[in-house]
Ligand binder design. Structure first.
Ligand code: ADP
Ligand code: MG
Length: 387
């Protein structure tokens, strides 16, 4: 892989002098969906698939970018003195955003870079290729310029840039899961205060299978912001009767006792999801620690039902993938993952059922939805690194 990437870099930029190869993973959230901006818990893990990058420092302030995933765009040039979001800059707005964010935080980037990317995660599917590019960029800057930033700082800088440079109102989960990734572990993260623990994901005789619906969603989706607004309003209503900072502070019992404060039935459903999903996430981590994988799978299924019926962020594509998965023997659990409205599902599937899973779910999906889904059998991997 490293040799192939260096060769590609040489072909694009003329030679490979000073070039180093880096990797940042993608991520999948196992459970705890739409809880991150509600002060609740999430439980994501980094994957062995992600974004490879080759980079070298230049002697001037020029920036040159090339992505093998967007090869038709060729080399895109800009400069360190020109770090402003621009439509025509396309995907380079992600790495440029991170450079901008470092500058905003007081770090001086002394020289420009030549960068080549090659990702093997699907873009725009909810496996956070954007956060992968951001964390990769931050890691590259740290490695070349000696910035004293922790991996957690890389996550915060990535989020800051995605929020403020790219205008995507994302929570901290994606960048955190990627920057803090650990092989065979998922991260139990409290988004209210960024406290976290690692929980071992020992999948004996089974694997994680990602199904990509190939229905594109943009996080800029008005629906995503609508859910955030609904939860914010529900929280304000609840705060009149209980002393909480976020929906994640409530137990199910406290929610049931106080929910009449929410004056709108739809808003109450949204808040119910945020509260119950957070509690499910806490239970799911416990189940995993006790090696009760069946219970973990059951909680994944319940998570999907709540996202489908109360939070209403699934849609025909994700529902088809999950409901077809549930029919198959050997599927321990299956749910949508990511923001929803398209994107991916994540399923825990016993080894002997994986082929059947891919063919049966794939076939039903094509029949019902009209185009194909893609499947990825993935493993839980480490965070950003130099190769
Ligand atoms: P997701 O993060 O769920 O994959 P987003 O829409 O947030 O979806 O991010 C996808 C965007 O990130 C792409 O359209 C592109 O701009 C950028 N991106 C991701 N991976 C790469 C890559 N390998 N090369 C260049 N740009 C990339
Ligand atoms: Mg993204």
């Amino acid at each position: 892989m490293k040799e192939t990437l260096l060769k590609a870099f040489g072909e694009v930029y003329g030679d490979t002098e000073g070039a180093k190869v880096f990797f940042a993973p993608g991520r999948v959230n196992l459970i705890g969906e739409h809880t991150d901006y509600n002060g609740g818990h999430v439980f994501p893990c980094a994957l062995t698939i992600g974004t490879y990058g080759v980079a070298r420092v230049r002697k001037d302030k020029k920036l040159r970018f090339y992505s093998m995933n967007f090869g038709h765009l060729g080399v895109i040039e800009s400069g360190l003195d020109d770090l402003k979001p621009a439509k025509e800059a396309g995907w380079t707005n992600y790495p440029k955003g991170v450079m901008w964010a470092f500058k905003e935080k007081g770090y001086q980037i002394p020289f420009g870079l030549d960068i080549l990317l090659n990702g093997n995660i699907p873009n725009g599917s909810g496996l956070s290729s954007s956060a992968s590019v951001e964390v990769l960029t931050g890691y590259v800057l740290k490695e070349f310029f000696g910035f004293e930033v922790s991996n957690q700082d890389l996550a915060l800088i990535g989020q800051f840039s995605e929020n403020n440079f790219n205008g995507v109102n994302c929570g901290i989960m994606d960048q955190f899961a990627i920057a803090m990734g650990k092989k065979d572990h998922a991260i139990f993260l409290d988004t209210a205060d960024l406290s976290y623990t690692y929980a071992p994901v020992k999948l004996e005789g089974m694997k994680l299978v990602i199904a990509s619906s190939n229905k594109k969603r943009g996080l800029g989706d008005s629906k995503y912001n609508e859910r955030r607004d609904e939860c914010e309003m529900a929280l304000a209503e609840l705060q009149k009767v209980v002393d909480i900072n976020g929906l994640g502070d409530l137990t199910q019992e406290q929610f049931e006792a106080n929910k009449s404060a929410i004056k709108d039935i739809v808003r109450a459903k949204r808040a119910k999801h945020a509260v119950y999903e957070n509690q499910r996430t806490i239970k799911a981590v416990k189940a995993l620690e006790e090696n009760d994988i069946a219970q973990f799978g059951q909680l994944m299924n319940e998570s999907h039902i709540s996202l489908r019926d109360d939070y209403e962020v699934t849609g025909a594509e994700l529902d088809t993938l999950v409901e077809e998965a549930w029919k198959i023997d050997g599927v321990v659990g299956s749910r949508m993952t990511g923001a929803g409205f398209g994107g991916c599902t994540v399923s825990l599937v016993k080894d002997e059922a994986i082929d059947t899973f891919i063919s049966k779910v794939g076939e039903a999906y094509r029949r019902k939805i009209g185009y194909k889904a893609d499947f990825y059998v993935v493993e839980v991997g480490d965070g950003p690194r130099t190769l």
